[in-house]
Every structure is written in structure tokens, then in C-alpha cells.
Design a protein around this ligand. Structure first.
Ligand SMILES: *Cc1c(COP(=O)(O)O)cnc(C)c1O
Length: 388
């Protein structure tokens, strides 16, 4: 049996989502743009999904554009907003801990001559609001700050940031991929201009997402072609995906308040258990999403822990960029100033509505032994306090 605690990487599509998508592969395959009623029926289901997604974030349906995922939503928001300004302002403000889907398009703009301010975070992962405030000038075109961090779960004060951007007439985009469906979001009260959503992070399908574009926000489309999505995103709609995302949004909204409490209780049980039972364990990040726990184990490698957890069928994630073969710790933990001896041994556990207390206790059963064993083998410890 797999114990899946890597829900910030991706989630299982809810059974209700899979069921809702099913007819659109076979019976209802019409093109929503067609003149015949066979296609027209399909359009009604897209409209319904738009309402479902809008309801989850307190938006109106006309403000929702469907995309091919969180990455496309981030790219569309950033590049579309910048292009709409036609180079009249050439400064962008973002944070040091953004997802690559935000960081990379902004870096591209930097290469094209835009100036960049990357706002600091402190050791708890909290954003330096004062620095953000100071950074915004009449030259600032766009502020892009994530709602919740994917690695640590740390929440940023989006309402305050949005207010400050509004006062200064600066576009504000928030990558809310990790926040939507996990915590209540009401954009009728928070003046964000642009907000990114991804289906597969909230028990919807992969390869579909949405961008909230507030009414009267000027944005240049990035995919050019047909007139779909109100001329804001060309291409024949991914109907099963869109219907699935709508269903996932509706499910997330149902009982969200209760689920926030249940998840936080589970996560806190895991957190307390680890900090109590594992030597040299350290929590990364405070003021977080209810489902995320990022913890460092001093003097050991996160990848080794992951491999041993994997032998017990437990899926989690390490903070470090092991994929590239480099041993650099994650940019998020570095930005927080997590000590070198800890940053390498960081593990992210991210929970979902399908996790149970039995699963959490199973992890607490095996993890302390794994940590003890690896620390005995650690070259750092064997060499009396220096990496071999
Ligand atoms: C997963 C993720 C993305 C990318 O979303 P995709 O749908 O996988 O393209 C963007 N931002 C954050 C914060 C994420 O966690």
C-alpha cells in the first residue's frame, strides 16, 4: 500500500472528477465553437465549469480563462501583462522563492532589459513586506508574488500586497496554484488582478488550469489563433480537462472549512511526532498551508531518507534539486537561510483529503529509525563534525 504524502507535487484525480470527465471522451465530443447543437451542448458544460471555478475563488465566470495548467497561467499572466504595457514601465517585483513557472518568464524579461527586484524572506519564510513596499516605483509594471509556497507551504500576505499594488496602479499577479482549494480565497475582497490555478494540484486532471483575469485588466494573449476563451487563449478547448477542473473546484469548495481543520490536525500530528522522536529535526517555515510540512534532518541527505521511505511505500519529496545531479539545496531554503548542514536533509510532506491518521502514524513508526541509521552512516558525523 502506498502512503502518498507528495500532494504539492501532484494529487490523485478525485473519483467524482474522473466520472464527470468520462462522457467528454466518447459521447459528447463536439467542438464547442461549432454551430450545431451537438457542439453547443459541450459549450454549456464549459460554461458550467467556468462557474464552478469562479465560485471557488469568489470571481465571476467571465474572469476565468482556461489554460493548459499552472505553468501556462503564470506565463500568460506575466508576459501578457507586460506586453499590454508596451514597454512603458520596465520594472518587475517578485520574491526570491517563486516557482520556476514564475521565475523563468521573469528572468527572460530581465534579459530583454527589464529591471528586477526579488523581495527577501526571513528565516521563517515570511516575506519582507517593507522591502516590497520600498521596491514599488512609478516604473513598476508588475508585482508577482505567490499565495503559498510549494516547498514550505508558507503563506504570503496577499490581501495587503494586493491593496498596496492597487493604490499604486501596478498589475498584481499571484501564483495561487498551491493555495486554491486548500484555503478559502475570496477575490471579491482581495484586489488581485491576475491569479493562477492548476487542476492537478486540487484533485483535478493534469494539463489543465485557469487564469483569473479581473474585469478590465488589459492582457495580451500569448497563444494566437482562434477566438476561444473570449480571444484570450486560442485553441480548441480541452473539454474533459475543463469539466474535470470544474468538478474538482466544486468538490474543493464543499466542506473546505472543515477540511482545513482536519488537514492541519493531521499535519500537526506528523510535525509534532517527527520533532519529538527524530534527533536533529528542524521545522522549515511558519504560518503555512494546512497540508504542508517541510522538515530538515541535520547531517543527513534528504535523498537517502526518501529512498528509505520509498522502501516502506511512503512518497514524500526532498527540498533539494537532486534531479540535476547538483547537491545545491533548494532556492527556497537558501533564501530562508537554512543552515547548510540542514538544507541537504530537507523533506517535504504534503497531505491531501485522502490521507488518514493511520497513514501518519505509519510514517511516525518508521521515520525515526531511518533518521538514526542514516546519521550513523553520515560522513559528517563519522568525521567528528566535518564533511568528508
Ligand atoms: C505545480 C505548480 C505550478 C505549475 O503548475 P502545472 O499545472 O504543473 O504547470 C506553478 N506554481 C506552483 C506554485 C506550483 O506548485
Amino acid at each position: 500500500m502506498t502512503i502518498y504524502l507528495d500532494n504539492n507535487a501532484t494529487t490523485i484525480a478525485a473519483p467524482e472528477v474522473v466520472e464527470a470527465m468520462r462522457p467528454f471522451w466518447s459521447e459528447q465530443y463536439g467542438n464547442a465553437s461549432s454551430m450545431h447543437s451537438f457542439g453547443g451542448q459541450v459549450k454549456r458544460h464549459i460554461d458550467r465549469a467556468r462557474e464552478q471555478v469562479a465560485a471557488l475563488i469568489g470571481a465571476s465566470p467571465a474572469e476565468i480563462v482556461f489554460t493548459a495548467g499552472g505553468t501556462e497561467s503564470d506565463n500568460l499572466a506575466i508576459r501578457g501583462a507586460i506586453e499590454a504595457l508596451e514597454g512603458s514601465k520596465k520594472h518587475i517585483v517578485t520574491s526570491r522563492v517563486e516557482h520556476p513557472a514564475v521565475h523563468s518568464p521573469i528572468k527572460r524579461l530581465e534579459n530583454l532589459g527589464y529591471h528586477l527586484t526579488e523581495v527577501r524572506v526571513d528565516s521563517d519564510g515570511a516575506l519582507d513586506l517593507e522591502m516590497l513596499d520600498r521596491s514599488i516605483t512609478p516604473q513598476t509594471a508588475l508585482v508577482s508574488i505567490m499565495w503559498a509556497n510549494n516547498e514550505t507551504g508558507v503563506l504570503f500576505p496577499i490581501e495587503e500586497i494586493a491593496q498596496r499594488c492597487k493604490e499604486r496602479s501596478v498589475f498584481f499577479h499571484s501564483d495561487a496554484v498551491q493555495a486554491v482549494g486548500k484555503i478559502p480565497i475570496d477575490l471579491s475582497r482581495v484586489p488581485v488582478d491576475l491569479l493562477s490555478i492548476s487542476g492537478h494540484k486540487l484533485h483535478g486532471p493534469k494539463g489543465v488550469g485557469a487564469l483569473f483575469i479581473r474585469k478590465r485588466t488589459k492582457l495580451l494573449p500569448q497563444l494566437l489563433g482562434g477566438h476561444q476563451e473570449g480571444n484570450r487563449r486560442a485553441g480548441t478547448e480541452n473539454v474533459p480537462g475543463i469539466v474535470g477542473l470544474g468538478q474538482a473546484a466544486e468538490l474543493a469548495l464543499e466542506g473546505l472549512d472543515k477540511e482545513v481543520v482536519r488537514l492541519a490536525t493531521l499535519r500537526d500530528r506528523l510535525e509534532k511526532g517527527i520533532l519529538d522522536r527524530c534527533k536533529g529535526a528542524r521545522l522549515n517555515g511558519r504560518n503555512r498551508l494546512p497540508n504542508t510540512l517541510n522538515v530538515s534532518f541535520e547531517f543527513i541527505e534528504g535523498e537517502s531518507i526518501l529512498m528509505m521511505l520509498d522502501e516502506h511505500g511512503i512518497c514524500a519529496s526532498s527540498g533539494s534539486a537532486c534531479a540535476s545531479g547538483s547537491l545545491e539545496p533548494s532556492h527556497v531554503l537558501r533564501a530562508m537561510g537554512v543552515p547548510f548542514t540542514c538544507a541537504h536533509g530537507s523533506i517535504r510532506f504534503s497531505l491531501s483529503r485522502y490521507n488518514t491518521v493511520e497513514e501518519i502514524d505509519q510514517v511516525l513508526e518508521v521515520l525515526p529509525g531511518i533518521v538514526d541509521r542514516l546519521r550513523e552512516l553520515s560522513p559528517f558525523v563519522q568525521n567528528g563534525g566535518s564533511w568528508a
